[in-house]
Design a protein around this ligand. Structure first.
Ligand code: FES
Length: 106
């Protein structure tokens, strides 16, 4: 990705790609995020990165969304699509799947 494109990024989605999350379906989650992002108006504002273990293995697959610092847990492909269509597109946090909201105490 060019630096110019990187400067347009407003949402960074981190998909845990550690062993436990992979075993519970993180690859399908990451694929669904990529597919769904292509369908939204903000597609040029979203970057998805796979990470190593985020140390919440029993709650995986984990997806973290910045700038809000929302940690989503037990993310299925269906929830992954909703993270893109609701959280990113409509700026509406999916409360029922939030593990931690890091910016809550700021
Ligand atoms: S493998 Fe995802 S939290 Fe550990």
């Amino acid at each position: 990705m060019s630096t110019k494109k990187l400067r347009n990024i407003k949402y960074h989605l981190l998909v845990c790609d550690g062993k436990s999350c992979r075993e519970s379906g993180s690859d399908k989650v990451a694929k669904r995020i990529k597919e769904t992002v292509k369908d939204i108006e903000k597609q040029n504002e979203v970057l998805m990165t796979r990470t190593s273990c985020t140390d919440q293995c029993s709650k995986g697959p984990i997806v973290i969304v910045y700038p809000e610092g929302v940690w989503y847990c037990e993310v299925t492909p269906k929830i992954a699509a909703q993270i893109v269509s609701k959280h990113v597109s409509d700026e509406e946090v999916l409360e029922r799947k939030v593990l931690v909201l890091l910016t809550e105490n700021q």
